[in-house]
Design a binder for this molecule. Structure first.
Ligand code: ATP
Length: 460
């Protein structure tokens, strides 16, 4: 039997331990839409908080939370109505639908689609059934809906496919209200929607997902330095949160890959290892977008979006953007720490000869920080254990678990990445101390209950 890949194991763990569930599952699911369960929402919130705290702590970066629905003209100005398309081909035989650029990539032809590549597609057959493929059609990825009671073209609006446009259109509001001067940045986290032709690879490519974007407004002369600074800062963020540096790399976009307005672009890629041919894939992009975005909005809205430089000369700011996916980051963090230990880590009991799973998530990201585990369900022990739980739960996300043998409970916490387990035993009743076990070293400390709060303050 073929060995399971790490991604399959992570998908399984995510489902069974309550990180991520397929959406609408009791109705058979909805293709590539996912829900975050009790542990998933904690993990995702911790990732977003880590990003937010890091980004708005940088010089001159402020936050924003703009609406998902926006004026439809915004998407004309941004080029999305015209150009936010993917090249689509259908199989004439099995009716399967594929992205032409992905088919080319799978056949070893350069990954980014360009009309000239249509010729190369002639020799490619349907990967599912070997059937003939149709000509390439451009397919717009934006979801549409209607605003108000009339379902007519005039009331048609789009559900945003990226968060960035909300930042551009609020550029002046933010600058004026905060009395900011160029250079400054605006950070935003929010949902985005794309009607992807071939979603997949779990939460890597979904139709509803979340982005963490920051747009930095600069003078043209400063763009190269700012671009390089952000490139480093963004890589450092993943490294600081514990991602293995061998699983991360930069990939510069080639000239023919760049959007027509973009000056420079680099991706931070993570080794997702989805299959033999799909290893390093985009996690986040850092883009020098020139003055294209604000110029377009100035043109289409008639609002003046210029500022003045030190010589009082008017200009449209240039933009360096960092654009990452919350879900892709979640998947990368999960995959990076997923570890299986054959035969288990414990040597003191017989029952540990199977495979143990440990998620060595950074403490800041771990969904549950501390688990309280009374050694038995006896009333006097639970009473003390619940007191300990209460004192810690208001400071840290804490779980109380009293079912099954203590070894099993430790392993359940290891599997979800809980950094510390606190065991309350019969001695605790006498000496008012508990045992704190460290997830990674498995070392145990005997700590006075009265000193637990300070003990964890030092740990977190
Ligand atoms: P790709 O080439 O993989 O489609 P992209 O270059 O279109 O991605 P951007 O438009 O630059 O992506 O979006 C910024 C970030 O948003 C990406 O780096 C990714 O992390 C995230 N993202 C984009 N599309 C999706 C999606 N369908 N599902 C999940 N995350 C996504």
């Amino acid at each position: 039997m073929e060995k399971l890949r790490k991604i399959d194991k992570v998908v399984n763990l995510a489902k069974t331990r309550g990180f991520i569930f397929p959406s609408s599952e009791i109705y058979g699911g909805l293709n590539s839409i996912y829900d975050y369960g009790p542990l998933g929402v904690e993990l995702k919130n911790n990732i977003k908080k880590a990003w937010w705290d890091y980004m708005v702590a940088q010089e001159n970066v402020v936050g924003l939370d703009s609406a998902i629905l926006m004026h439809p003209k915004i998407w004309e100005a941004s080029g999305h109505v015209e150009g936010f398309t993917d090249p689509l081909v259908d199989c004439k035989k099995c009716k399967g639908r594929f992205r032409a650029d992905h088919l080319l990539e799978q056949n070893g032809i350069k990954p980014d689609f360009n009309p000239k590549d249509a010729k190369a597609l002639k020799d490619i057959k349907c990967p599912e059934c070997g059937g003939q493929l149709t000509e390439v059609r451009q397919f717009n990825l934006m979801f549409k809906t209607f605003m108000g009671p009339v379902e007519a073209k005039a009331s048609q609006i789009y559900i945003r496919p990226e968060t960035a446009q909300g930042i551009y259109t609020n550029f002046l509001n933010v600058m004026d209200s905060q009395r900011l001067k160029i250079p400054f940045g605006i950070a935003q986290i929010g949902k985005a929607f794309r009607n992807e032709i071939t979603p997949g690879n779990f939460i890597f490519r979904m139709r509803e997902f979340e982005q963490m974007e920051m747009q930095y407004f600069v003078q043209k002369k400063d763009t190269t330095k700012v671009f390089n600074d952000w490139k480093k800062l963004r890589m450092d963020w993943y490294l600081d949160l514990g991602v293995n540096k061998n699983n991360l790399k930069f990939r510069d976009h080639g000239k023919d890959e760049l959007a027509h307005y973009a000056k420079k672009a680099v991706d931070i890629e993570y080794n997702f290892d989805f299959s033999k041919n799909e290893t390093f894939k985009e996690l986040e992009g850092i883009h020098d977008r020139g003055d294209w975005d604000l110029s377009q909005h100035q043109k289409h809205s008639n609002a003046k979006l210029t500022v003045r430089d030190e010589n009082n000369k008017e200009y449209i700011p240039h933009i360096v953007e960092t654009s990452g996916g919350v879900d892709r980051a979640t998947l990368a963090f999960l995959m990076d720490v997923y570890e299986e230990i054959e035969g288990g880590r414990t040597t003191t009991t017989k029952s540990t000869k199977d495979v143990e799973v440990v998620l060595k998530l950074d403490k800041r990201l771990a969904p549950i920080k501390i688990a309280i585990l009374p050694l038995s369900k006896k009333e006097n022990l639970s009473k003390l254990a619940k007191q300990v739980f209460k004192s810690l739960a208001s400071h840290y996300r804490t779980m109380y678990d009293e079912t099954q043998a203590i070894g099993r409970r430790y392993r359940r916490q290891d599997e979800i990445g809980t950094p510390y387990c606190v065991t309350v035993d019969f001695e605790s009743l006498e000496d008012k101390k508990v045992t704190v076990r460290d997830r990674d070293t498995m070392k145990q400390d005997r700590v006075a209950i009265a000193e637990l709060e300070q003990y964890f303050k030092d740990k977190f």
